[in-house]
Design a binder for this molecule. Sequence first.
Ligand code: FE2
Length: 162
Amino acid sequence: MVNNVFLSMIQYFGTDTKRINHALKVYGFATTLLVSENITGKLKECIDYAAILHDIGIHEAERKYQSTSGKYQEIEGPAIATKILKDCGITDEIIDRVCFLIGNHHSYQKIDGMDFQILVEADFLVNIHEDEMKKSSIESIRNNYFKTITGKRIIDSLYLVV
Ligand SMILES: [Fe+2]
C-alpha cells in the first residue's frame, strides 16, 4: 500500500524532484518518530500516507493562486490525496483522517492526535534545513510545537547543539 502511494506521489509530481525529495524526507523522519512512539495499525497508516501526500496540493496552489503558501496547499491537497488513496484501495475511514491532516498541517493549533503531532514534527525537521531557519526560530519551534522525546532529541542534535 505505502509503495503504491509513493509511486502515485512521484508520478503526480512529475519532474519536481524538490517536492518528491521533501516527501521522502518527511516520511523518513515520521517513520523514525512513530516507531519510537510504538505506533502501529491504522494510526501508523494515517501517518504514512499523510507524510507522503501532505504537500500534494502545492502544484494546484501555484496554478490557481500563484502561491505556495500553506493555506492554499491545505485547500487544494485533500481532493488530490483522496483520488490517489482511493485508486490505491485505501479505506474511507483512513482517507478521511489523512485528508484532515493534509488540510490542516500548517494549522498547529488544531493538533488533536499523535498522527498530527508526528506529521508536524517531521515536516519541521525537514523544513528547518530546507528553509535555512535562524537558531532563534528553531528554538521557538522546539519550545512551541515539539512534544515527542525522539523529535526533541533529533531537533537538538541536528540544529541546536553548538
Ligand atoms: Fe512539507
